[in-house]
Design a protein around this ligand. Sequence first.
Ligand SMILES: Nc1nc2c(c(=O)[nH]1)N=C([C@H](O)[C@H](O)COP(=O)(O)OP(=O)(O)OP(=O)(O)O)CN2
Ligand SMILES: [Zn+2]
Length: 281
Amino acid sequence: MVELTRTVRLCVNDPVEDRGRLSSAETAVSNAYSAWPAMRGLGRYYEVTVGYVGEPDAETGYLVDIKLIDRVVRDRGMTVMNSAIGSGEPVAVDAVVAGLLEAVGPEIGVGVRWVELGLTPGLRVRAVRDAEDVLMVLMTQTFEFSAAHRLFLRDRSDAENAELFGKCANPAGHGHNYRLDVTVACDAGGDARLPMAEALDAWVDRWVIEALDHKHLNVDVQAFESLNPSVEHIAQVVWGLLEGRVEALGAGVRLDEVRVWETGKTSCRYRGPAGAVNLGG
Ligand SMILES: Nc1nc2c(c(=O)[nH]1)N=C([C@H](O)[C@H](O)COP(=O)(O)OP(=O)(O)OP(=O)(O)O)CN2
Ligand SMILES: [Zn+2]
């Protein structure tokens, strides 16, 4: 089995600006790289990504033609987006993304497993239908924090630490601009709702960013007093700081995954269990 993903970039424009124009279905796509329909005035930009799973056709090598995905998202998907935005009601983004999956999945093919709506450079909401046909919605937000650390073992000499960790054992430490992706989830269709992004932001800020940002991890953060602050351990510590507090985001909301990026090339994902590391305190 392979998973193909395809991202469709599009804008949903103000109906007043759109008045009298041809619909996107009636006009040729001219710049799909940046967005089609293109931005008019102060329209809204979205990225819709479709995940398709299956065995590629032996001859063509295709799971599904990406142009079919583009067409269906711009047609059926845009209809879902337009009616949500134009309804005059507050938009429940988890319901909209679940609606997107329901609208585009059957037209694209049986292999569609998930649809993700990219709302900002950091925020995305995904609807996933699992193997048991249960529909789940997930929200991922990206954060950043800057921290210093030193990789070393307390019971080893400087020479041994230098041997083990190279320049990362520099006694004065060194720093990274870390990125952190936090994903929360809930079942779709019931009473549970994904939190508003601002609630997720405030929660992660309170329990993680305040604890780690502009800190020397070995010196200022209790969890790393006897724990080497590798990106693997940082991911487990972040999970530990959040998992027991997730009910603050609403009934039925679960912590699904944390992913810490130490550099653009190195990241660690952790999905529990809690208790893998001692948080101290
Ligand atoms: N398994 C792990 N290995 C390493 C970790 C870690 O957390 N887990 N961390 C480090 C250091 O923190 C180090 O600062 C990483 O930087 P560097 O070795 O310079 O890696 P870069 O990708 O930034 O640089 P390149 O020179 O391009 O490799 C080391 N190992
Ligand atoms: Zn480092």
